[in-house]
Design a protein around this ligand. Structure first.
Ligand SMILES: *Cc1c(COP(=O)(O)O)cnc(C)c1O
Length: 495
């Protein structure tokens, strides 16, 4: 990589006063901030412009070696310019370029420029959302954004939410609140229904929250990966018959692999009949709310709670998620009082202290980057970006179908495409070649692909969250898969 670091090296190496390095209200530290930010921004934008590389290809051992050669805590500080040259440079050179059109592995999106600008404001102001006096404007920004989100989701006026680190935390918080309705009985005999394609954070949350080992019941899905309503109905009846306590049903709107959207209205009907808490894990599919396809999430508005992730389909830097509740009163179990933060006798009239809705105490002002993105790009812009990724995905599925050595697993639902590589040597060899091809293309910097298991066999998975992952790019990647797999076949035949 041939980035130009000469300018960095020429800058003064050692700052005269350590106190200037602490961002404060004085002119010297403001100037130090500006200098450091401009250098960092130049490094990032020049780096991105100077190379089209997806990944440097360096091995794990090679990366460890780079870091082993570095003294992380020198006796005398090097100053910002040298630190950027020594650490910033390799950090960029050996990063996975998530904005690269061939970065297609995970639900890991390219980020919106307005959100990156907002990140500067978020970290420089360093507001903390636990109490209003630590984040006067940012607290209200979060409330304003949540009001917009609950409206988009079609929730009633009683709704509210809070920003979280992502889907895992939103899911766990939702299950905690669902369990809180039943006291100790929830842990003893409580059952949580979800589909066999649900995210693993549901099981993990249940374990952390102290549910019994067999508390999570996985309901069968149809061929598209959607929860079977009749199987859920039967499971619910069975649980009630044996005297166990149904605590919640977790529907998924956009499963991690297939992008399947569970039948939300039917699940809501069954849940309502039992007064059962319906949580919708919309960490992935929730992005549709910002597009003309929001109708596909019909039934979402009947949920007790909803997990949304903006670092999946909505172009936000990590981390950025939200938990929405249909009725804000359900946050009550989280509303503990701390003398130093939010005492019983309010200090500031009318001031919301958002710690009362969160598992976290100190918390970033992540809602600001969503607000900046929504304002700067607007409804039409977001709709266009999301539709483009869905279009790209449809085209990618067609490109898979057009190749004899590939077998499309299912028609895509959102922005993932799952397919098999077909080997004449049989399914085991297909599995092995798929895994090896994934690694080879990653280390060659050609494409970042995922693999997953579906129907008991290893599949390739493309996740197309970048509007620039056009059919052209996909064709090149599929050709590269074909070539690499063919070489591996030949090699296998020879050995
Ligand atoms: C990614 C994902 C999660 C986990 O979200 P994090 O933000 O990674 O914690 C939960 N559920 C689904 C369906 C997901 O795709």
């Amino acid at each position: 990589m041939n980035m130009n670091f000469a300018a960095l090296k020429a800058a003064p190496a050692i700052e005269p006063d350590y106190a200037d390095q602490i961002f404060s209200t004085d002119t010297a530290s403001r100037r130090a901030f500006r200098d450091a930010m401009l250098q960092a921004v130049d490094l990032v934008s020049e780096g991105a412009a100077a190379t089209n590389s997806l990944y440097s290809g360096t091995s794990v051992q090679g990366l460890r070696g780079l870091l082993d050669d570095l003294d992380p805590l020198p006796e005398v500080g090097t100053g910002i310019a040298a630190a950027l040259a020594d650490i910033g440079r390799p950090a960029l050179e050996h990063a996975l370029a998530v904005g690269h059109p061939a970065a297609m592995a995970h639900l890991h999106c390219p980020v919106a420029v307005p959100a990156l600008a907002a990140e500067v404001l978020i970290s420089a102001t360093n507001q903390s959302l636990d109490s209003w006096d630590q984040s006067p404007f940012a607290t209200l920004v979060e409330e304003r954004v949540l009001a917009q989100l609950t409206e988009l989701a079609g929730l009633p006026v009683s709704a509210s939410g809070n920003f979280t680190s992502g889907g895992s935390q939103s899911n766990m918080t939702a299950l905690y609140l669902a369990a809180a309705r039943y006291g100790a009985e929830a842990r003893k005999s409580g059952v949580i229904f979800t589909s066999e394609h649900a995210h693993f954070s549901i099981r993990k949350s249940a374990a952390i929250l102290g549910f019994a080992d067999d508390a999570v019941i996985s309901i069968a899905t149809d061929v598209q990966g959607r929860m079977s309503v009749s199987a859920f109905e039967a499971g619910l009846r069975q649980v009630v018959d044996v005297g166990r306590l149904p605590v919640a049903v977790v529907a998924t709107a956009g499963t991690t692999d297939l992008g399947a959207i569970d039948p939300l209205p039917e699940i809501a009907d069954l849940a309502a009949a039992q007064d059962l808490w319906m949580h919708v894990d919309a960490a992935y599919g929730g992005g549709l709310l910002f597009s003309r396809h929001r109708g596909r999430l019909a039934g979402l508005e009947r949920a007790y709670s909803i997990a949304l992730d903006f670092h999946k389909m909505l172009f936000q830097p990590i981390s950025c998620g939200a938990l929405l509740l249909g009725d804000r009163a359900h946050f009550a179990p989280l509303a503990s009082k701390a003398d130093y933060l939010n005492p019983e006798d309010a200090v500031f009239a009318d001031a919301p202290n958002l710690v009362e809705r969160s598992m976290q105490t100190t918390r970033r002002a992540d809602a600001l980057k969503i607000l900046m993105t929504m304002r700067a790009i607007g409804r039409d812009g977001l709709d266009e970006l999301i539709c483009q990724t869905l279009e790209n995905t449809r085209a990618a599925a067609e490109a898979v179908e057009a190749r004899q050595y590939l077998l499309l697993a299912r028609p895509p639902s959102l922005s993932t495409v799952l397919f098999r590589y077909v080997s004449a040597g049989g399914p085991e060899l297909s599995d092995a070649i798929t895994l090896k091809t994934r690694a080879a293309l990653f280390h060659a910097g050609i494409a970042a692909l995922a693999t997953t298991v579906l129907d008991g066999r290893v599949h390739f998975k493309l996740t197309l969250l970048n509007p620039r992952s056009t059919p052209d790019v996909v064709h090149r990647v599929l050709d590269a898969i074909g070539e690499t797999a063919c070489e591996l076949e030949t090699h296998h035949a020879r050995t």
